[in-house]
Design a protein around this ligand. Structure first.
Ligand SMILES: [Zn+2]
Ligand SMILES: [Zn+2]
Length: 78
């Protein structure tokens, strides 16, 4: 009977993953929601630490870590 129309629906119920673009790390199996996040992460593999503390020798691959470090420094100075 209507076997053809049954087959025509093949795959239509799949969640379209293409709308959620994830950026895979070339080194480890992690996935990232944005290119920036991936870039930031890949530095943990390369060892590149562009965010440096002005006060001490602290260096970080992530801006968030440096920001947190600065806050800790502020508290310890006070
Ligand atoms: Zn990685
Ligand atoms: Zn510091």
């Amino acid at each position: 009977m209507a076997t053809n129309s049954f087959l025509a629906g093949n795959g239509s119920q799949m969640v379209s993953l293409e709308s959620i673009r994830l950026f895979p790390c070339p080194v480890c199996p992690k996935l990232f929601p944005s290119r920036f996040n991936l870039l930031e992460h890949t530095r943990t593999h390369t060892g590149e630490k562009p965010f440096k503390c002005d006060v001490c020798e602290y260096r970080s691959a992530k801006k968030g870590n440096l920001t947190r470090h600065m806050l800790v420094m502020d508290n310890s100075i006070r």
